[in-house]
Ligand binder design. Structure first.
Ligand SMILES: CC(C)(COP(=O)(O)OP(=O)(O)OC[C@H]1O[C@@H](n2cnc3c(N)ncnc32)[C@H](O)[C@@H]1OP(=O)(O)O)[C@@H](O)C(=O)NCCC(=O)NCCS
Length: 154
């Protein structure tokens, strides 16, 4: 089994969207498709995130993204569409995807990586990986909260 992390390509978008939607990492196919299409332009800047796909022997099993929010300081980055195909969860692949994002943050001299999440499984995953909760709004997505977490990058 060969594990690889590569930049998102146009031909990956359909498969990646299915993973994002089925895991609940996205709830809006149209918007996710739009932003993933923007991301194919070179570079990473506000309104132009970068996405990274995890493949196992050529099959896409995970997605992760990074972006700068406009008006944020340029040493803060955000995670986007972070998900592993359900049948491959709890096998260390989410950790691999996160390690890749942290390496990119280090290269870009980012001091803080932020994420919004809404579910207890992801919350536990992020806590284990050094994120702390810095804000929470209950009943934000229907009865689900919006939880803001951040990790200091050293
Ligand atoms: C969050 C997610 C990406 C983690 O991916 P993963 O491949 O399962 O993560 P790992 O296998 O690397 O997990 C590492 C550790 O995190 C914790 N963890 C991961 N998922 C967990 C869950 N659902 N419940 C409790 N703990 C969890 C465990 O301690 C796990 O180690 P263990 O399996 O040895 O106990 C994946 O669960 C997912 O796609 N969830 C649905 C989409 C989502 O919520 N994305 C985040 C949006 S912000």
């Amino acid at each position: 089994m060969i594990l690889k992390i590569k930049s998102l390509k146009k031909e990956d978008i359909k498969e990646v969207l299915n993973i994002a939607l089925k895991t609940g990492a996205s709830c809006n196919r149209k918007e996710a498709q739009k932003i993933m299409s923007f991301s194919l332009a070179p570079g990473i800047k506000p309104f132009n995130p970068n996405y990274y796909v995890l493949t196992l022997s050529g099959k896409i099993i995970g997605i992760s993204g990074l972006y700068y929010d406009y008006e944020d300081p340029d040493d803060v980055m955000w995670m986007d569409y972070f998900a592993v195909e359900p049948e491959f969860q709890r096998q260390g692949y989410g950790t691999k995807l996160l390690e890749n994002l942290v390496e990119i943050c280090k290269r870009k001299k980012v001091r803080m990586l932020c994420v919004f999440t809404d579910n207890p499984g992801a919350l536990k995953f992020y806590r284990i990986n050094g994120f702390k909760v810095c804000g929470k709004i209950n009943n934000y997505y229907g009865n689900k909260p919006r939880i803001w977490m951040n990790k200091t990058i050293k």
